[in-house]
Design a protein around this ligand. Structure first.
Ligand code: ARG
Length: 405
């Protein structure tokens, strides 16, 4: 009897070829594990395909809820956006997949796990650093990094062993999808000067074909977690699915990002993330109302660290645990409702309210009912400006005083 390996199986060309290749190169029995993180695929067809191309067993795991509750929502609470653009859909799914691979390897008494990543991307790092943290010493095989075949050679290999080559393999794009977003790269997108052709977008309508009337939605949050749309309570998975459709219809959530990969390469990636775009913006709007200025300033720094650690494959680390505790603490009053306007590719916050709002009408108003004591301002300015006056008097203000060359 051969040893067993659990392979993260997507049903695509590379991981299908990997099933055969792991047998040829390592003499391993392959258990294919397909993880549903909301990619809307035909999972029973994928299961059948795994068996047909030679897996000894095919497992499908619905991980949508786990993904949303333990990965997506905590990242939303943290306002994690990589380099100000990417909501981290692919990056967030990898540590979950690593966990499920390790669990399956234990249950199936497998001696190794495998994934289909190449040697140039971030995903190999995320998978392997996570697997190492969860199960030190577990053998990891990365067929697509080892086999040294071009795309064409992989297709030939598939044909030689009667492995069906999916039509998508003839598409020039590399695509990864889950509930939080779709990532698209390769083909013409590798020229950063070329506008993404309309065909790469499947979740979002082109803004010029979007409805001529704006759509309004109200999102209700409880401690930083979105729980209602227009007053209707929804579980996390359904809420995200609904927002992807709604905002996608209005052309919201297209992102063109020239990003810095962990492995040192700059790469151009297109994302579609309608729900993420709306929720991240709405969440920040509610935080603006319920957190103090100092909390907001500090949380922005944490958000950047948090996004970097997700992107860089450091989910299962103590740093993450510590930052997550901070983020959780910040969310205790982030409860309320945000009204968003969706119109031709744009998403705007147009209203917000919260039972714990720090916005005080009495302090802000210029009308009747003003409670702000304006007579206290001269004293405040006198003290606030004290170091400025002192320095200007003694040292001057240098070039800043010049108004002509
Ligand atoms: N650049 C993104 C990341 O590193 C997405 C990677 C997967 N993209 C893809 N088109 N297959 O998280």
């Amino acid at each position: 009897m051969s040893d067993k390996v659990v392979l993260a199986y997507s049903g695509g060309l590379d991981t299908s070829v990997a099933i055969r290749w792991l047998r040829e190169a390592y003499n391993l029995d392959v258990i294919a594990l397909t993880i549903d993180v909301g990619n809307e695929r035909d999972f029973s067809a994928i299961e059948q395909k795994a068996l047909k191309v030679g897996a000894v067993k095919a497992l499908v795991k619905d991980a949508k809820e786990l993904f949303v509750n333990y990965f997506v929502f905590p990242a939303l609470q943290a306002d994690a956006i990589y380099e100000g653009q990417y909501p981290l859909a692919t990056a967030l799914s990898r540590p979950l997949m690593a966990k499920l691979l390790v669990d399956a390897a234990r249950e199936e008494a497998a001696s190794a796990v495998a994934h289909g990543c190449t040697g140039k991307g971030n995903d190999q790092v995320r998978f392997e650093v996570s697997i190492n943290a969860l199960s030190p010493g577990l053998k990891i095989i990365a067929p697509a990094r080892e086999w040294d075949m071009t795309r064409e050679e992989t297709i030939n290999y598939a044909q030689r062993y009667d492995i069906p080559v999916p039509i998508t393999a003839s598409s020039p794009y590399s695509i990864d999808e889950n509930l939080w977003g779709k990532s698209i790269e390769c083909g013409v997108l590798e020229d950063p000067w070329v506008e993404p052709p309309e065909e790469v977008f499947t979740w979002t309508r082109s803004p010029d074909k979007a409805p001529d009337k704006p759509g309004y939605i109200e999102i209700g949050f409880d401690q930083g977690i979105p729980i209602t749309i227009d007053g209707q309570e929804l579980d996390g998975v359904s809420l995200i699915q609904r927002l992807n459709r709604l905002a996608g219809m209005h052309g919201v959530g297209r992102i063109d990002h020239l990003e810095n990969r962990l492995v040192g390469i700059k790469s151009r990636e297109i994302y579609e993330a309608p729900a993420a775009a709306v929720l991240l913006q709405a969440h920040q709007a509610l935080e603006a109302m319920t957190l103090s200025k100092d909390q907001l300033r500090f949380k922005q720094k944490v958000a950047m660290e948090y996004a970097d650690l997700i992107y860089n494959g450091l989910w299962f680390t103590s740093l993450h645990q510590d930052l997550a505790a901070y983020v959780q603490s910040t969310q205790r009053f982030v409860t309320g409702t945000v009204r968003m306007k969706l119109f031709k590719g744009n998403c705007q916050v147009v209203g917000r309210k919260s039972p714990k709002s720090l916005y005080s009408f009495g302090l802000a108003t210029y009308d009747k009912g003003d409670q702000f004591d304006q007579s206290a301002s001269p004293g405040f300015i006198h003290i606030w400006g004290l170091p400025v006056r002192t320095q200007a008097q003694i040292q001057g203000i240098g070039d800043l005083g010049k108004t002509e060359k």
